[in-house]
Design a protein around this ligand. Structure first.
Ligand code: KG4
Ligand code: ZN
Length: 326
C-alpha cells in the first residue's frame, strides 16, 4: 500500500511516504520559532503547520516520484498532542482523504513511537518491553502483540524529556533541552554531583523527575561557579541512570529478552551506550535517531498496519489531545 503519513502533534511538521512497510521518504520541518521562548507556543505551532503542510506533502511526493492519485491511504496523528496542532494536521488529512476518496486512519502518536522500532529491527519479535521516553510521557510497557499492551508504570510528575527541557532552562540553555544538555555533557564528568534518583527501589516501575529539577535549581543557586559541563553531565546521568535501572527491572520482571526504547529521549547517545553497558543479557533496540524524535515515518508505518487489517477512521473522527494507549 502507498500511505502518506502526517504528524503535527507538537512543533514538528512532518510528512512521510510508506510503501509496503518501507519508508520511501520522510520530511521534518522543525519550528525554530519556539526556541526563543524556551518552549512551544501552541498558537504559533498550529499556524506554522497550516502554512507549510501542503508544501511538504507535495515535496515528499515529488521527490518520491509518486502522484497524489496513486495514494491508497492517509495516516495522521490523532493524539496525544496540542489541540490546535492536531486540528491543523487532521483537518488537512481529512480534506485530502475526501478529495482523493481514499481511507484515513487516526494514529496514536505513542503507539507509533513504539512501532518506530520495527523500522530499525524488522524481525523484532513480541513480546518485548518498551521504555517510552518523550517530552510528555515516560512509561514502561510490556508489548505482548500488535494492539495488546500492558502498562507497567509511568511517571508521577514530569516526563524524562521534560526534565531535560526544564533542566536546560535552569542552566540557561536553549529548547529543546535534551540535545543541549547532551552536547555539554560530552566533555563533563557525570560523577561530579550526586543528584537524587527517586523511586529507585527494585520492581517499582513508576518514575518521578520533579524533585531532580528542583535539586538542580537549588544546586545552581549555591554553586553557580562550578563547571557547567560537569553539572550537565551529572544531571543527564541522574535521569538516564533511573531510566536504565527501571528498564532492566521491567525486562527481568516480564522475562522479555528484547528491550526497546522509543520517543525523543531515545536519541540520546549516553542513554544508548549506558543501557547496552548495563543490560548485557538482553537485546536493546533503538530506532534510528531521526525516528526517535517526532516524525511522520512512524505514523505512516503504523497507519499502514491498521489499514491492512481493515481498520480505518470515519471522516468525522475527533482529535484526542489526551489520548492514551491501552
Ligand atoms: O518524542 P518527542 O520528539 O516529542 C514528544 O512526543 O514529546 O520528544 C521530545 C523530547 C524533548 O523533551 C527533548 O528535549 C527530548 O525529547 N530529546 C532529547 C534528545 N533529543 C530530544 N533528550 C535527551 N537527549 C536527546 N538527544
Ligand atoms: Zn513524540
Amino acid at each position: 500500500m502507498k500511505i502518506i503519513g502526517i504528524e503535527t502533534s507538537c512543533d514538528e511538521t512532518a510528512v512521510a511516504l510508506c510503501i509496503d512497510g518501507e519508508i520511501i521518504a520522510s520530511k521534518i520541518s522543525s519550528q525554530d520559532i519556539h526556541s526563543k521562548y524556551g518552549g512551544v507556543i501552541p498558537e504559533l505551532a498550529s499556524r506554522e503547520h497550516e502554512r507549510i503542510l501542503n508544501l511538504i506533502i507535495h515535496k515528499t511526493l515529488q521527490e518520491s516520484k509518486i502522484d497524489l492519485l496513486e495514494l491508497d491511504g492517509i495516516a495522521v496523528t490523532q493524539g496525544p498532542g496540542l489541540s490546535g496542532a492536531l486540528i491543523a494536521g487532521t483537518s488537512f488529512a481529512k480534506g485530502l482523504a475526501l478529495g482523493l476518496k481514499i481511507p484515513i486512519i487516526g494514529v496514536n502518536h505513542l503507539e507509533a513511537h513504539i512501532f518506530a522500532n520495527f523500522l530499525a529491527e524488522p524481525n523484532l519479535n513480541f513480546p518485548f518491553v518498551c521504555l517510552l521516553v518523550s517530552g510528555g510521557h515516560t512509561q514502561l510497557w510490556q508489548v505482548n502483540d500488535f494492539r495488546n499492551y500492558n502498562l507497567l508504570g509511568e511517571t508521577r510528575d514530569d516526563a524524562a524529556g521534560e526534565a531535560f527541557d526544564k533542566g536546560a532552562r535552569i542552566l540557561g540553555l536553549g529548547y529543546p533541552g535534551g540535545p543541549e544538555i547532551e552536547k555539554l555533557a560530552i566533555d563533563g564528568d557525570h560523577k561530579t554531583i550526586d543528584f537524587p534518583r527517586a523511586l529507585i527501589e527494585k520492581n517499582n516501575f513508576e518514575f518521578s523527575f520533579s524533585g531532580l529539577k528542583t535539586s538542580l535549581l537549588y544546586y545552581m543557586e549555591k554553586n553557580n561557579k562550578d563547571s557547567i559541563k560537569n553539572i550537565a553531565a551529572s544531571y543527564q546521568f541522574a535521569i538516564i541512570d533511573v531510566l536504565v535501572k527501571k528498564l532492566k527491572f521491567a525486562a527481568e520482571f516480564s522475562n522479555c529478552t528484547n528491550c526497546v526504547v522509543a520517543g525523543g529521549v531515545a536519541a540520546n547517545k549516553f542513554l544508548r551506550k549506558y543501557s547496552k553497558d548495563q543490560i548485557t543479557n538482553r537485546k536493546i533496540i533503538f530506532p534510528h535517531p531521526s525516528f526517535c524524535t517526532d516524525n511522520a515515518a512512524m505514523i505512516a508505518f503504523l497507519g499502514e498496519k491498521y489499514l491492512l487489517i481493515g481498520k480505518k477512521s470515519n471522516l468525522n473522527f475527533s482529535i484526542e489531545p489526551n489520548m492514551r494507549l491501552s
